[in-house]
Design a protein around this ligand. Structure first.
Ligand SMILES: [Zn+2]
Length: 87
């Protein structure tokens, strides 16, 4: 169960899901007993403040990583026409 923000530098306790973002990752775990591959689902949560700047990724070697969100390549440059009437 998710109890805290996944950012280890924050670790804010989860009280409500009104803020932040929930991540679901799937891991495959080979069972040694019967050679079946099991799929494990794991939930993680980033609080509102962290989810604005960070996201989670899963790396096969390093597991779950907190990484900075990529900055948007394009900024909105559209400006609405001026509402002031021409006199
Ligand atoms: Zn946080």
């Amino acid at each position: 169960m998710v109890g805290h923000c996944a950012n280890p530098n924050c670790n804010k306790p989860l009280h409500y899901l009104r803020e932040g973002k929930v991540f679901l990752f799937s891991r495959k775990n080979a069972s040694k007993q019967n050679s079946k591959t099991l799929q494990l689902l794991e939930y993680y949560w980033l609080c509102g403040a962290c989810s604005n700047e960070w996201t989670l990724t899963m790396d096969g070697e390093n597991g779950i990583q907190v990484v900075e969100r990529k900055r948007r390549r394009f900024r909105a440059t559209y400006r609405a026409p001026s509402a002031a009437p021409a006199l």
